[in-house]
Write a protein of this length. Structure first.
Length: 275
């Protein structure tokens, strides 16, 4: 079944409810925001399938902090072009969605045990806006980001997701953006997927389907496979946030699952209430 067909089926299965889905998108190259690709098409189709949220909370691989979890409380988050050497048209793109300072400050309180603090200097990095421009192209839904504390372990990010999950019943869409496999040192332009990329991606999908999340955050147990899939774990951690925000009531739908450039998994997934 194609990714688009899967998304049409997802739309039919989503229950009419105030409880929002949680979404992880493999965002890959910033060029996906500029070009017509299977990934950008799948994001457009997903946006047409999702219920309209009251606000969007984004956990992106590209906002990393250490020793604290920052929450962007700005009223008008700026569009951050945090990449180099791309076409001018990409730098001209803007995603002028409003923020939600009130809700963002509530999230600071929710994450108090995770050393949360307010921040008004960030905005929307390319892990956020390059996918949001397809999900909600009119940029009218308030959106704000929450950083990843790189000073804590993988299991900490699962716990952040569990804490944020209560927002799902308040109309908040929790969106993670990263990649299940992300090793830019092992890229193959036009080449076949690396064996380690296929192995890690399949293992992740299997554990997610089984709702067996603990092994996904076991750095020692994942061992060298994790180090090959993620020389740094920044792109992996948002996937754990979204996994942590799911629960036994959710159904799981996978979207695109290709390995791009040999070593970047574009797997995306949605946890949602069954109709």
């Amino acid at each position: 079944m194609s990714a688009i067909t899967d998304l049409h089926a997802l739309r039919d299965r989503l229950a009419p409810s105030a409880r929002m889905p949680v979404v992880f998108l493999g965002h890959g190259s910033p060029m996906n925001a500029l070009e017509d690709t299977p990934y950008s098409r799948s994001w457009t189709a997903l946006g047409q399938s999702l219920p309209e949220p009251q606000a969007i909370l984004v956990v992106s691989a590209h906002w990393m902090t250490r020793g604290t979890t920052l929450v962007d409380v700005s009223a008008l988050p700026k569009t951050i072009h945090d990449f180099y050497g791309f076409p001018d048209a990409l730098y001209a793109m803007d995603y002028p969605a409003p923020g939600n300072p009130g809700l963002a400050r509530e999230v600071v309180g929710l994450l108090a045990s995770h050393h949360a603090a307010e921040d008004d200097s960030w905005g929307l990095d390319h892990g956020a806006w390059t996918v949001l421009r397809f999900l909600y192209p009119q940029a009218k839904v308030p959106v704000f980001q929450v950083s990843i504390d790189m000073g804590r372990g993988l299991d900490h990010q699962l716990e952040v997701g569990r804490t944020l999950a209560q927002l799902r019943d308040r109309g908040v869409l929790i969106l993670g953006s990263g990649n299940v496999v992300h090793n830019l040192r092992a890229m193959r332009f036009g080449g076949a997927p690396q064996d380690f990329a296929l192995e890690f991606d399949r293992m992740f999908a299997d554990r997610l389907e089984a709702r067996d999340l603990k092994p996904l955050a076991d750095t020692a147990g994942l061992g060298s496979l994790l180090r090959m899939a993620h020389p740094t774990v920044d792109h992996y951690m948002p996937a754990l946030t979204i996994a942590g925000a799911s629960d036994a009531r959710d159904s799981l739908t996978f979207m695109t699952d290709a390995i791009d450039l040999g070593s970047v998994s574009m797997r995306s997934f949605v946890f949602h209430q069954a109709a």
